[in-house]
Design a protein around this ligand. Structure first.
Ligand SMILES: [Zn+2]
Length: 467
C-alpha cells in the first residue's frame, strides 16, 4: 500500500441468523445459563495456559504452557529421565533470549521444538501467570469461552457442521446459473455437499490428527471457517470490492448465507447473479491461497488474494460480457494499469508499506520503503512482532506509515496492487525474520537491492574516498 485508498463500490451487510444453539438457550434460559456457567468454568481451567515470565513455577512436562496451535501440555515420546530439566526456567537462556531446546529434544517432536522456539523470552523476572490464549489480550471473555467449548464439543461428538441440514432448492439452482468458470461451479457444488478436504472432514475420516485450521490453529476447519470465519478470510471479504463484513456471531452455514444473498431485497436478479459470480471467484481464490499455504508453504496475504480474485474476475467477465460489465467493478485505476513502481510528484516522497504474517507462529513483519521524486531510495525499515492475524500485520504496517506521514503537511493515500509494492513486501518479509528493528538510512540491505532496482529505485552509488 502507499500512503489513499480506492473506495469500494458496493457495501453489503447480511442479516444475522440465530444459531440452533442460541435458539435452544432462548427456549430453556435457566438450563442454558447454568450449563454455560459450568462449561465456562471448566473450559477456563482446562484451556488456559501459563504465560512464561521467569519460568520457575511452570513444569515443562505437566503444565499447559505452550500456546495454540499447540494443545498446551507436551506429549512425550519416551519416559522422562529424572536428570532431564523439569521447570521451564531450566531450558531458558535469559541472557541470549533463546531456548536451550537441545536439553529436551530427545523427548519431544520437531513441531513442539519449533513452537517452543517461538515463545518470546522477555526481561521480566516476574512469576508465570495463567492466561486465556483464545483472545488477543489473554483475558477470558464469555464469547471466546463459548466458541472454545463449541469447538471442543464438535470435535468430541464428531458431528458434521455443514451436512446436518438440507440445502434449499433455490441455492442449488442458483449455483448452476452462476456465470463463472466451470471448475469454480463444481467447486461450489462440492462446498455445498461438504465434499472438500477441510481439516474437519479429514479428521472425521481419521486421515489427520487434528481438525484445527492449519492457518489460525484456533478452531476446526469447516467449510464456513475456511471461507468466512478464519481471520485472514475476513480481511479478504472486507478488502474486496464487495466490502462484506462477515457477521461472526450470526454466520451459520454457507448455503444459508447464499440464500440470504439471494433474497437481498434492494437488488435485481441480474445484480444478484453478478454478485454470485464475484462471490464464486472470491471463494475459489481463498481456497487456492489456503492450499498454496498448506502444500507449497506460501505466505497467506489477504491483499494478494484480493488482487488475484479481482484479476481473475475481470479477465473472466471481460470475456463473458464485454459491454455490460458488472456494477461493482471499480473504474479503471491508473495505478493498476501501471506495470511498475512510479516516483511521486515533485516535492513529494512516496512511502510504500506492507505487512507479512508467518501463520504457524503468529509472527509478523512490517516493511516501509521511502522513495523520492527522482525515483531514488531514501529510507526504509523492517521489524518483526507477534500478532494473531494477517490483518493485524497489515494494520501495523499502515500505522507505521501513518506515524511517518505525520511529519508532512500534505499527505495523500492510495491503495496499490502487490506488483507496485514489491519493495515494501520484500522489506516486510525481511522484517518477519529480523530479530531487531532494521533501519536503512541510505543503503538498503543486499537482499532488497534487486527488488528496488527492478522497481526503478536505484540505490546511491558507494562513495569511494580519494586516497
Ligand atoms: Zn483459521
Amino acid at each position: 500500500m502507499e500512503t489513499g485508498s480506492t473506495s469500494p463500490s458496493i457495501y453489503c451487510d447480511f442479516v444475522p441468523v440465530a444459531s440452533k444453539r442460541r435458539r435452544r438457550e432462548l427456549e430453556h434460559p435457566r438450563l442454558g445459563a447454568w450449563a454455560s456457567l459450568l462449561e465456562g468454568r471448566d473450559a477456563l481451567i482446562k484451556d488456559s495456559r501459563c504465560q512464561i515470565f521467569n519460568g520457575a513455577n511452570t513444569n515443562i512436562w505437566k503444565d499447559s504452557w505452550l500456546h495454540p496451535p499447540h494443545e498446551g501440555i507436551i506429549n512425550v515420546s519416551q519416559l522422562i529421565s529424572p536428570s532431564a530439566p523439569q521447570q521451564v526456567c531450566e531450558i531458558m537462556d535469559k541472557v541470549n533470549h533463546s531456548w536451550r531446546v537441545d536439553l529436551i529434544d530427545s523427548y519431544v517432536s520437531r513441531e513442539t521444538i519449533d513452537i517452543i522456539r517461538c515463545c518470546p523470552i522477555g526481561n521480566s523476572d516476574g512469576c508465570d501467570r495463567r492466561v486465556w490464549p483464545w483472545t488477543s489480550n489473554g483475558d477470558y471473555t464469555v464469547k471466546s469461552g463459548y466458541r472454545r467449548i463449541h469447538a471442543q464439543k464438535r470435535i468430541r461428538e464428531g458431528e458434521g457442521g455443514s451436512t446436518s441440514h438440507v440445502v434449499q432448492k433455490e441455492v442449488w439452482q442458483s449455483i448452476w446459473k452462476i456465470v463463472t468458470l466451470p471448475k469454480i461451479r463444481v467447486f461450489l457444488w462440492r462446498l455445498l455437499n461438504d465434499a472438500i478436504s477441510t481439516r474437519w472432514n479429514l479428521f472425521k475420516r481419521k486421515i489427520v490428527n487434528s481438525p484445527l485450521c492449519p492457518i489460525c490453529g484456533q478452531l476446526e476447519e469447516t467449510v464456513e471457517h475456511l471461507l468466512f470465519l478464519c481471520p485472514w478470510t475476513q480481511a479478504v471479504w472486507f478488502g474486496a470490492p464487495l466490502s462484506y463484513r462477515v457477521n461472526l456471531q450470526g454466520f451459520s452455514t454457507f448455503d444459508k448465507w447464499l440464500l440470504e444473498v439471494l433474497s437481498l431485497k434492494d437488488m435485481g436478479k441480474k445484480e444478484i447473479m453478478n454478485l454470485f459470480s464475484m462471490i464464486s471467484f472470491t471463494c475459489w481464490e481463498i481456497w487456492k491461497s489456503r492450499c498454496n499455504f498448506i502444500f507449497k508453504g506460501y505466505l497467506i496475504d489477504p491483499i494478494v488474494t484480493i488482487d488475484r480474485t479481482m484479476r481473475a474476475f475481470r479477465e473472466f467477465m471481460g470475456v463473458k460480457t464485454r459491454p455490460e460489465v458488472s456494477i461493482w467493478v471499480a473504474p479503471p485505476d491508473p495505478l493498476r494499469q501501471t506495470s511498475r513502481w512510479m516516483p511521486p510528484e515533485v516535492n513529494f516522497l512516496k512511502i510504500n508499506f506492507d505487512g507479512a504474517w508467518q501463520l504457524n507462529f503468529f509472527k509478523a513483519g512490517l516493511g516501509v520503503i521511502v522513495g523520492n521524486e527522482e525515483g531514488l531510495f531514501c529510507w526504509g525499515l523492517a521489524t518483526s512482532f507477534r500478532c494473531s492475524a494477517a490483518l493485524v500485520a497489515e494494520a501495523a504496517a499502515g500505522l507505521c506509515a501513518v506515524k511517518l506521514s505525520s511529519f508532512f503537511s500534505d499527505v495523500r493515500w492510495n491503495w496499490v496492487p502487490r506488483h507496485l509494492n514489491c519493495a515494501a513486501h520484500k522489506a516486510a518479509a525481511i522484517g518477519a525474520r529480523a530479530v531487531q528493528l532494521d533501519c536503512w538510512a541510505v543503503r538498503p540491505p543486499p537482499s532488497l537491492v534487486g527488488v528496488l532496482v527492478s522497481d526503478g529505485l536505484p540505490c546511491p552509488p558507494v562513495e569511494v574516498s580519494a586516497q
